[in-house]
Design a protein around this ligand. Structure first.
Ligand code: PMV
Length: 334
């Protein structure tokens, strides 16, 4: 059967940052997480992806920010598109153009917005109409955190138990009324990641003596994050969010060889966040698999937090973000 999709499908998706971290897989091929996670989708970190069917091509083609991608990125992307081609019963190649408004591949969650936008655009190009759950399962195959970027606001990822991964998807968390904003404090000198998240997770699972304790804590942290956000209790929010981040990194550091993502500026920025909190500002930090710090705060305090973090030595231009929407189709590329 030949695909009958739209001429060109364009989607946008925002990155998300986890408040309760995902670090470890229960299975690699289907990319199944060993535990759940909780995130906030961020409006300011966004990817747009356009996909058109190219029946004349024998290979997919892809550009990111107008540059042709490496063989490795193209191969990973084509394997992902194959999942959708299989669903559509098609062998048609695609041309993909992707743009982000933030630096990709520097540990700023670009795989999350990238694979979420790709899942939405490619499935539409092939004429498939998938619901949020199916799109989240699909995005998960590209990157675990991408499953969460299908939805806006606060999002919960479910680890699931089934071997086929049909219960490992994200869902929006309804009814959390706490006003939330974020400030991204990027490390100015960060190059590409020292070790990617998939490899880092696997090394941690195989060799860290803390791994089992880490996994056992995640469900407790998820419940505590939801109840402290609901109560708008920043002492408790900070304890669980910073606790999850520091435990994830302690676990990675305890792997053999140890994995260290922090730089000097990361630690300095952590201290600034804690000083602000001690001065009464509702704020806490988290750090993904890279040196950049993300502060969560309330919108009324966002400028104060951004000003303080922009003065930290080694921190580059800070990015202020509000809560973002879920992945969806749009009319045109920016
Ligand atoms: O989506 P992945 O496979 O790149 O994993 C993301 C892992 C962290 O960003 C470090 C934590 C998280 O929950 O997003």
């Amino acid at each position: 059967m030949e695909a009958k999709g739209s001429d060109v499908a364009i989607a946008t998706a925002c990155a998300n940052i986890a408040l309760v971290k995902y670090w470890g897989k229960r299975e690699g091929k289907l990319n199944l997480p060993a535990a759940g996670s909780v995130s906030l989708t961020l409006d300011a970190l966004r990817t747009w992806t356009s996909v058109s069917l190219s029946p004349e091509h024998r290979q997919d083609v892809m550009t990111i920010d107008d540059q042709a991608v490496s063989e490795a990125v193209l191969a990973r992307t084509s394997r992902f598109v194959d999942l959708i081609r299989d669903l559509a019963g098609s062998k048609t190649r695609v041309s993909i153009r992707s743009k982000s408004n933030f630096p990709t591949a520097a540990g700023l969650a670009s795989s999350a917005s990238g694979f979420a936008a790709l899942a939405v655009a490619v499935s539409d190009a092939f004429g498939l109409s998938l619901d949020g759950q199916a799109l989240s399962i699909l995005a998960r195959r590209g990157s675990g955190s991408a499953a969460r970027s299908i939805f806006g606001g606060f999002v919960r990822m479910h680890a699931g138990e089934r071997a086929d991964g049909t219960d490992a998807f994200a869902t929006p968390i309804p009814g959390l009324s706490i006003p939330m904003a974020a400030v991204v404090a990027p490390a100015a000198k960060a190059g590409p990641k020292a070790i990617g998240s998939t490899e880092g997770m696997e090394q941690t699972r195989m060799t860290s003596p803390y791994y089992d304790a880490w996994i056992a804590q995640v469900d407790i942290d998820i419940e505590e994050s939801l109840s402290s956000l609901e109560a708008r209790d920043w002492d408790r929010i900070a304890q669980v969010v910073e606790g999850s981040c520091l435990a994830m990194h302690a676990n990675a550091m305890a792997a053999r060889p140890g994995i260290v993502y922090f730089q000097g500026s990361t630690l300095l920025a952590m201290n600034v966040v804690r000083s602000l909190r001690h001065a009464g500002v509702p704020v806490c930090f988290t750090v993904d698999a890279g040196p950049h710090l993300v502060a969560f705060t309330e919108p009324d305090y966002q400028d104060r937090v951004a000003n303080a973090l922009s003065q930290v030595p080694g921190v580059g231009d800070v990015i202020k973000s509000s809560s973002g929407e879920g992945a969806h189709l749009v009319g045109r590329m920016p």
